[in-house]
Design a protein around this ligand. Structure first.
Ligand code: ATP
Ligand code: MG
Length: 582
């Protein structure tokens, strides 16, 4: 491959795009890799397309190496497949739905479990056919609530999705392990820094679902890690250990006058000063009202979540706990319809009477005592004991997880970081096989229900993650495996520098390297150097003023190391940098 900057379809920008907030978005736009079409919808320009293909190639090679077979499904799908599994409605507003000219319902595939299941059912019938792993690298559509950061969270994006089909749980575990190993290899090859974290609560022993997260300040996922035992989990999957309960010796419930206590802090200081309770915010029970909407309908249920007053609700944890139900804000108009709920003074004592479902944080164990609302304006209640003064309908993981919280596995302190999900492996089990009655005929003539796994890699997202993790103040710094070229040769000067640069480029191309050469006339050296740094090709070779003395400059983009080398050695040095083992 030989790309000439004089004809390459590329315009770099000196200014950051106005709508870009994170470095990857700014840089990929400025360096001319992607262009915005609409929110969450992007086009790929030549250099971007090369990087995207490189990522896809690495993913494909590792999927093939572990025995996966590539197929390709349409993105445009009829409703019936998703109707059968309930996902036509369960997927909620994130699903792109559309109609054809005859009024038939269609969707743009957000992920393809149904179709893969159906394909296997169509082709395979005997136990001897199994196991099988199929995958595709294909464009997915999701009407994301918050498309963000360019291609990081798109509404159209490229995903590798694969599905394993096995006859028993051991087989599923094997297929899952194969994927886990393949993901480790492919993310290592891509040069992404990542952590593998539990994605589903209760998965502490086994590994029914794990995510590959790229640690990154701008990430939307929060994950915890324990440096003592190695436990790592997405915040949504963190299980709160229940503290031991004090069951005896609580005084009777007491209603207190607490005027002007709009915040937890003001409540705590008033009850401590006026009533000598000696409590902290963690001893108060705060009750948050939400509406939970059933996807695909306007029906909502009122739900109250009780949690210690020193914790905020983590909306993503709440969402994950209520899924497929969708939590929505309880508005002033909703309060008007529920006169029993006194805004700011809600206590769980009356919820049974009001017929409102009440779920509590796992710290609210039976026997624990709280200061909470008295369901009257200006009043709170003290010594409100769980199991004595109120009954919860269950527990819910909705409270924020904080650095320093107890590790659910070993009790040490957890640390917290942010990351971007780049891959997800998941033991699905028989949900989709049940919906499609996917059976294999066993050796005894009896049907065996097939068990499945589903596994995703964000291919286009990986490009953004690499830009996010690998850049400096000058521009992008691609790992070699995904870089748009092995070497960027810059010819600058009024003599025959450009000619020499092009000749070297041709020579290196003939040796199998992917070469980008800056052969533009009338462009200043400064602009050419800036572009080379912005574009991020790992090796930069400059044919400039030193040409007359037979000297070129070799730059390593990542380390910034610059070296004067004899022109006669330039080709060999670039080759050695590009193919270290050769
Ligand atoms: P997220 O939590 O980030 O929304 P998800 O859990 O919905 O992701 P999966 O359904 O597991 O994602 O999809 C598999 C992979 O596809 C993810 O690990 C991620 O890398 C990628 N992906 C998901 N949504 C998007 C998106 N909107 N834009 C780009 N890549 C995405
Ligand atoms: Mg996921």
């Amino acid at each position: 491959m030989l790309l000439r900057m004089s004809t390459l379809f590329l315009r770099t920008l000196r200014e950051d795009p106005a709508d870009a907030e994170v470095p990857s978005h700014k840089l990929l736009v400025r360096a001319g890799y992607v262009r915005r079409v609409a929110p969450g919808i992007y086009s790929w320009l030549p250099l971007g397309k090369i990087v995207l293909e490189n990522v896809a190639r690495v993913v494909r090679e590792e999927m093939d190496a572990m025995g996966g077979q590539e197929v390709l499904f349409p993105a445009l799908l009829p409703r019936e497949y998703y109707e059968a599994t309930g996902r036509w409605t369960e997927y909620g507003d994130t699903l792109f739905r559309l109609k054809d000219r005859k009024g038939g319902d269609y969707l743009l595939g957000p992920t393809h479990e149904e179709l893969f299941t159906d394909m296997v059912k169509g082709e395979y019938s005997s136990y001897k056919d199994y196991p099988v792993i199929l995958y595709q690298i294909q464009t997915k559509y999701r009407d994301e609530a918050r498309p963000r950061a360019g291609i990081l969270r798109g509404r159209e994006f490229l995903m590798k999705d694969s599905y394993s089909f096995d006859l028993d749980d051991d087989g599923l575990k094997r297929s899952y392990e194969l994927h886990r190993e393949a993901y480790i290899k492919l993310f290592d090859r891509l040069g992404i820094d990542y952590k593998i974290v539990f994605a589903v609560s209760g998965a502490m022993g086994g590994s029914a679902s794990e995510e590959f997260l790229a640690p990154c300040e701008t990430g939307e996922d929060t994950f915890v890690a324990c440096h003592n035992c190695g436990y790592a989990a997405n915040a949504e999957a963190v299980v709160t250990p229940a503290p031991p309960a004090v069951t005896a010796g609580h005084p009777a419930l007491e209603v207190l006058d607490t005027p002007d206590t709009p915040t937890i802090e003001s409540l705590v200081s008033l009850v401590n000063e006026r009533y000598g309770l000696g409590i902290t915010a963690a001893d108060t029970l705060k009750n948050i009202v939400v509406k939970v909407r059933t996807p695909g309908s306007d029906q909502t249920e009122t739900l109250i979540v009780g949690l210690p007053g020193d914790r905020e609700v983590d909306f993503k944890r709440l969402e994950a706990s209520l899924s497929p139900g969708i939590p929505e804000i309880f508005e002033a108009a909703d309060f008007e319809r529920h006169p029993g709920l006194v805004r700011g003074y809600i206590g769980p004592q009356v919820l049974k009477e009001l017929g409102i479902r009440y779920l509590v944080d796992p710290r609210v164990v039976a026997g624990s005592a709280w200061v909470t609302g008295a369901n009257e304006a200006g009043r709170h209640a003290a010594h409100v004991v769980a199991g004595r003064d109120f009954e919860a309908d269950g527990t819910i993981e909705a409270a924020e997880v904080r650095a320093g919280d107890d590790c659910p596995r070993c009790g040490h302190r957890l640390s917290i970081d942010r990351g971007i999900e780049i891959g997800h492996i998941f033991q699905l089990g028989r949900k989709y096989a049940d919906a499609a009655s996917l059976d294999a005929l066993g050796p005894d003539g009896k049907p065996i229900r097939v068990t499945m796994g589903s596994y995703g890699v964000g291919v286009s997202r990986a490009v953004a993650v690499l830009a996010e993790q690998k850049h400096d103040e000058l521009g992008l710094v691609w790992p070699r495996e995904v870089a748009p070229a092995d070497v960027h040769i810059v010819g600058t000067g009024k003599e025959n520098q450009v000619e020499v640069a092009v000749r070297l480029a041709e020579e290196l191309q003939a040796k199998g390297l992917r070469v980008l050469v800056d052969d533009r006339a009338g462009v200043s050296p400064g602009v050419k150097f800036k572009d080379a740094e912005l574009l991020g090709v790992p090796t930069i070779l400059i044919i400039g003023r030193g040409l007359a003395q037979g000297v070129a400059e070799l730059r390593d983009r990542a380390s910034g190391v610059k070296e004067e080398i004899p022109l006669s050695e330039a080709a060999a040095r670039v080759l050695a940098a590009a193919v270290p083992e050769a």
